[in-house]
Design a protein around this ligand. Sequence first.
Ligand SMILES: Nc1ncnc2c1ncn2[C@@H]1O[C@H](COP(=O)(O)OP(=O)(O)O)[C@@H](O)[C@H]1O
Ligand SMILES: [Mg+2]
Length: 272
Amino acid sequence: MLGISIFEFRICFLRVGKIIAITNQKGGVGKTTTAMNLSSSLALANENILVVDSDPQGNLTSGLGIKKDQMKAGLYEVYTGKATMEEAMQQTLIPNLYVVPTSMDLFIAEIELLDKTGRETRLKNFLKPLKDRFRYVFIDCPPSFGILTLNALVAAESVLVPVQCEFFAVEGLSLLIKLLWRIRGGFNETLDLEGILLTMYNRHLALSRQIAEEVRRVFKSKVYDTIIPRNVILAESPSHGKPAVLYSPNSTGAQGYITLAKEILNDHNLLF
Ligand SMILES: Nc1ncnc2c1ncn2[C@@H]1O[C@H](COP(=O)(O)OP(=O)(O)O)[C@@H](O)[C@H]1O
Ligand SMILES: [Mg+2]
């Protein structure tokens, strides 16, 4: 009897969704690549996943194979009340991976939202009815700290921060952590740091190794064990409208994200 109730509790617990913003104010550090391949790896492990493209550049949208003429509505239409999240949401090539796509119009939302009341809680409210249908909801943030990123950080329970293994990684991270503390103080007091992900690691470069060591020394257990290597397949696959984990699953890049997905799922299982 007790066994069954613990089992039921476990099922219930696993079904509760978690919203994670993938963010870093720096461009080109691997946010979109992580959003695309981590969400795909988790979906391939049979988890229901939603990924929201909150960068007006729309690289995640095109990388997941969504074409503009197939888009019923995107995040801009949701922000402006022309569509619901449900209407904008689209299935991807992986059946249990859904995306809320975006177009360049989202640039306008950044301006239009400025004088609206409750402007920073909009995404949180849009996601509320959907959240528990998914194990994870990821939000791919733009490389800036405007109203779109603020909405993501207010909606999220935690942030996943990709960091490129290059000079100034620690300085950039320290700045980001300060910004997160400001968000906790003013907008979202329970916002947590989910984890720091080292990306574009080149094991042949002493610099890559030094930066990885330095980030681990400063941020300790907050850094994922998994390191994403520099691998051209990760850069190539979006032009084929596929995540690397579908385009070339045995590549070192795809394997990196599959290992990260396992690390994240195991981490949660440790709770039981
Ligand atoms: N591990 C990697 N190895 C090689 N290229 C990568 C890797 N991660 C990302 N890239 C490439 O680097 C560029 C920037 O990555 P992206 O994920 O778009 O960063 P961001 O979203 O932070 O701006 C893209 O062209 C992407 O394809
Ligand atoms: Mg991006």
